[in-house]
Design a protein around this ligand. Sequence first.
Ligand code: DHB
Length: 310
Amino acid sequence: DLHTSIDKFQFNNVFMNASGVRCYTKDELDELAQSDAGTLVTKSATQTKRLGNPSPRYAPLELGSINSMGLPNEGLEYYLDYALDFQKAHPEKPIFLSVAGLSMEENLAMAHTIENSDFNGLVEFNLSCPNVPGKPQTGYDFDRTQEVLTNLFDFFTKPAGVKLPPYFDLAQFDQMATILNQFPLKFVNSINSLGNGLMIDPETDTALIKPKGGFGGIGGAYAKPIALANVRAFAQRLDPKIQLIGTGGVTNGRDAYDLILAGASLVQVGTLLQEEGTVAFTRLTRELRAVMQTKGYNAISDFRGQLKVL
Ligand code: DHB
């Protein structure tokens, strides 16, 4: 049984897509909804539609992927419409709405729109998009993060969490957790891509992707130990009311098991889902069940957060 929950929301499977992957159009979202995933999240929305960066803007790599999509999306109204229709048709299947404003004002405006809507799922405030030229991500600016969350929770009352970039110094986890613990967050999702990597085509000595001179977010197996560390570090520091979503480097059931050991209540899949399609959820589900059976666990709650250390 892979049942899990965040706050009052129940899910029959721990797996879901990572925002950005196969969640751009209503058709893609429907395919996720019909897959073995326990829930889904929509493509990070801005207030109005964006076309994003020039192509090529995604490339698969030997151990993952690089992308600099630049936040192409259909605009908040499109995804909010989808979510409102979806919750009517599937009242027992809560979903996540991702928003990624390029300024504090845009984030607050979108939050007001959602607050005043009938949306009854969870909102993921993405503080970690690394790919828009000239727009530093909020998650690496602690004062800015404090300010955004203060202004947001001044009026926002719906269940919400934040998507964060990877941190690498333990002092950063202390500082960020101290900020996050001041707010009624339901979840923290770690991690977004490893910002601004670079990969080169050896045949042509050319950067693999076009935007930003080839710089882009790295996902996939490259991210796994960093994702594990981020989930674990926040699980050790956050108020237990703030749950963890683990994202990064899942290519098999054991990777998901590890994120859950580190403290994750849901597991998001990015690069693998992009490369394999929604059938990836079927294999991951089977493999996670097999690991649990070998270990003698019947439920996610039997081992969530139970990482042993020496
Ligand atoms: C994009 C990439 C991200 O990692 C993110 O969090 C949001 C948007 C993008 O390039 O579209």
